[in-house]
Design a protein around this ligand. Structure first.
Ligand SMILES: Nc1ncnc2c1ncn2[C@@H]1O[C@H](COP(=O)(O)OP(=O)(O)OP(=O)(O)O)[C@@H](O)[C@H]1O
Ligand SMILES: O=P(O)(O)OC[C@H]1O[C@H](OP(=O)(O)OP(=O)(O)O)[C@H](O)[C@@H]1O
Length: 208
């Protein structure tokens, strides 16, 4: 039978995700960070793991290039992809937050500028509050934006709080808790039901 394809997010949660799969009884013995390989198979040959940039995992899954994906809730929310979110794998725990300088009082008629690696999340948050903002998209070092005056505040991930603290910023508002999730392509959920459900069940067992 054709293997099912699992897209695994590269980056800081990859190692724990591989360990979780291994604990659940799905080892990828050839997986190695040292090689430049991007495709791996489990021992049974029934799961094809593709190693992709975290931000791209929802795209692979939504378009059926992968049947399942392991990726952070941050990237799922930003992508707004039409997929099923099935399991909380409880890895990579952090939180979305609005951050800035405490005591900043925006002047009247001044439209707030918000910098973020997650422009859709930022826009949606302020839209829901009815606060008009201009969103500036950055790809990293987002905490720099309020310091150098590029933005009034940021929407970013906070884990330990060290990056905010070391840059003199504070959490102004706590948003969605983030963790790594298992996502599934909607068509695969039905057409590859048996293989998909076996992997879901296996991962569930690994979480216990
Ligand atoms: N402190 C943290 N900062 C960023 N992401 C975190 C943190 N803690 C957990 N995560 C989770 O880890 C995932 C991968 O983060 P990582 O920074 O490795 O990837 P990335 O955002 O694609 O990085 P880059 O584009 O800088 O390579 C995030 O999507 C998030 O779900
Ligand atoms: O609360 P903390 O434990 O300090 O973690 C949060 C920081 O980690 C992430 O940055 P990352 O290391 O991915 O760097 P980049 O986004 O600047 O590339 C995130 O964007 C914050 O800057």
């Amino acid at each position: 039978m054709k293997p099912i394809t699992l897209a695994l997010a590269k980056g800081r949660t990859a190692d724990d995700s591989i360990k979780l799969l291994e604990k659940a009884g799905v080892p990828f013995p050839n997986f190695s960070y040292d090689s430049r390989k991007l495709v791996f198979y489990d021992t049974s040959g029934s799961i094809k793991l593709i190693f992709v940039k975290a931000v791209d995992v929802p795209t692979y899954v939504e378009n059926g290039a992968a049947d399942l994906g392991i990726v952070g809730k941050d990237n799922i929310m930003e992508a707004q992809a039409d997929i099923y979110e099935i399991l909380d794998l409880k890895l990579g725990k952090c939180q979305f937050a609005v951050a800035g300088f405490n005591g900043d009082h925006p002047q009247k008629n001044h439209i707030l500028t918000v910098a973020s690696k997650y422009p859709t999340v930022a826009r949606n948050h302020f839209q829901q509050k009815g606060v008009p903002v201009k969103v500036i998209t950055l790809n990293g070092s987002v905490e720099l934006a309020p310091i150098i005056g590029l933005a009034d505040m940021i929407v970013d991930i906070v884990e330990t709080g060290t990056t905010l603290r070391e840059n003199g910023l504070n959490v102004l508002e706590e948003l969605e808790p983030i963790s790594t999730r298992l996502i599934v392509n909607k068509a695969s959920f039905t057409t590859r039901s048996e293989s998909v459900h076996t992997l879901i069940h296996t991962l569930q067992t690994g979480l216990e």
